[in-house]
Design a protein around this ligand. Structure first.
Ligand code: HEC
Length: 407
């Protein structure tokens, strides 16, 4: 995988200046000249003051951590990027650190984190924005989680107030506090959402893995967006968009992690809407292994399910989804004896869920007789048999495919 390449790059980068002082070799990289710009580009979206993780903005922050920085980038633990693209489609906006930057951070550490010549302006963090925001919807309250536990999963109605069906062409989740660990956005029936809301005295309602609007075990929720910390704003592929139905509401499901303390939250989403209907409306088509039954005390318990493609189309992206027992998930397009990997997440992490688009804007073609195959494995250390469901202790093996019908 990319990580291994990166590590190899570290050892064979042709720069033996391990201690940075070797006579005649390249001088070591310094904070101001090389290191800070790399961190600004690849790390500060999360590692900034008041951000998701401890700050790496200043020399005083980063220098004492030069060892862990070098190590976590060499192993691929940082920046977080769950997909393994080795045998799969290259993905857009990959967070994988280029090999030369891995080498650079390693050399900086080896040379005892030199400061270099101060510059007046350091590189600003690269934090992408939506090109345009047509509507911003927030929770409508400053919500303060009232649970005794360390996690809370809560749904809120976001009423887009659209009078006509309108295509969503971009979306951004703006977390209202550092408690927000990940979020999923669904389209839901307004009556069922209002009912769920009415049953819970606090703002919103408890839900997990889906909108919790009366879903039964076989319901597959209608997802619109998935977000995890550091997920850039999503702009859907050119000419495509997801139709938002005027008679439905959006429901945002937020996972709050409360270990860092409880503060008020008013998370928002920003919508970029098409001025005219898009020529190529997309669906987030679910494929799933609904029949999963995970026996108690099992490790790496896997299974798969195949779905026949019934009309030609193009596949542009995917949101893999499992719950907390998930270990790995993979989606393939199977055409005869040829198997082409759509996405492969070898170490599932519930906290890093998002939509992945292919780097190739043309997407992947789907033909009748192709099969879309989803494969999952779980670790179940509990004494319960675990089945498909919406609950915290239930599981899912689900992927939403961003598909446009026709070629
Ligand atoms: C998408 C968000 C994100 C990005 C981008 C990111 N990190 Fe992190 N990083 C985290 C989170 C979250 C943690 C855990 C924070 C905590 O425990 O407070 C973390 C932890 C770390 C740790 C400590 C690891 C440990 O085992 O304790 C180091 C070192 C680190 N990051 C370095 C980096 C570097 C260097 C970059 C850029 C090359 C980077 N990170 C990019 C989110 C990110």
């Amino acid at each position: 995988m990319a990580v291994v390449l990166a590590v190899t790059g570290c050892g064979t980068g042709g720069d033996p200046s391990g201690n940075g002082n070797g006579g005649g070799t390249r001088p070591p990289p310094t904070w101001y000249q090389e290191v800070q710009p790399v961190l600004a580009r690849h790390c500060l979206a999360c590692h900034a003051d008041g951000g998701l993780a401890f700050s790496l903005e200043r020399y005083e922050d980063a220098a004492p951590l030069s060892g862990p920085i070098a190590e976590t980038v060499a192993t691929g633990q940082m920046p977080p990027w769950p997909p393994d693209e080795t045998d799969c489609e290259p993905l857009a906006d990959s967070r994988t650190l280029p090999a030369q930057d891995v080498t650079l951070l390693g050399r900086w550490f080896d040379a005892d984190a030199p400061l270099g010549t101060p510059v007046t302006e350091t590189a600003p963090p690269v934090v992408p924005n939506l090109p345009r925001v047509d509507r911003e919807l927030d929770l409508g309250v400053d919500y303060v989680p009232a649970t005794a536990g360390t996690d809370e999963y809560r749904c809120f109605i976001l009423d887009h107030g659209l009078e006509d069906d309108t295509d969503l062409i971009g979306v951004e989740v703006v977390p209202g506090s550092s408690m927000v660990h990940h979020a999923l956005v669904f389209q839901a029936d307004p009556d069922r959402a209002a009912e769920a809301e009415a049953h819970d005295p606090e703002p919103g309602w408890r839900c997990f893995g889906g909108p919790g609007t009366g879903a039964t075990a076989t319901d597959v929720p209608d997802v619109v967006a998935a977000w995890a910390p550091g997920t850039p704003p999503t702009v859907y592929p050119e000419g495509t968009g997801i139709p938002l139905r005027s008679h439905r509401v959006l429901v945002i499901q937020i996972h709050y992690s409360l270990v860092g303390g409880i503060v008020p939250d008013r998370t928002a989403i920003r919508l970029m809407l098409a001025e005219e209907r898009v020529g190529r409306p997309a669906r987030l088509m679910p494929i799933y292994w609904l029949g999963l039954v995970i026996p108690p005390f099992t490790g790496d318990y896997g299974g798969s399910s195949s779905h026949n493609v019934i009309a030609p189309g193009r596949l542009y992206g995917v949101i893999p989804h499992m719950h907390r027992l998930g270990r790995r998930i993979r989606v393939d397009r199977v055409r005869g004896s040829e198997r082409r990997c759509v996405v492969d997440i070898p170490r599932w992490d519930f906290h890093w869920q998002q939509i992945y688009f292919f780097a190739d804007a043309a997407g992947m073609d789907l033909e009748v007789l192709d099969e879309l195959r989803i494969e999952c494995a779980f670790d179940n250390p509990t004494e319960e048999t675990v089945r498909w469901g919406d609950g915290t202790d239930d599981e899912m093996c689900l992927a939403y495919l961003y598909v446009v019908d026709g070629h």
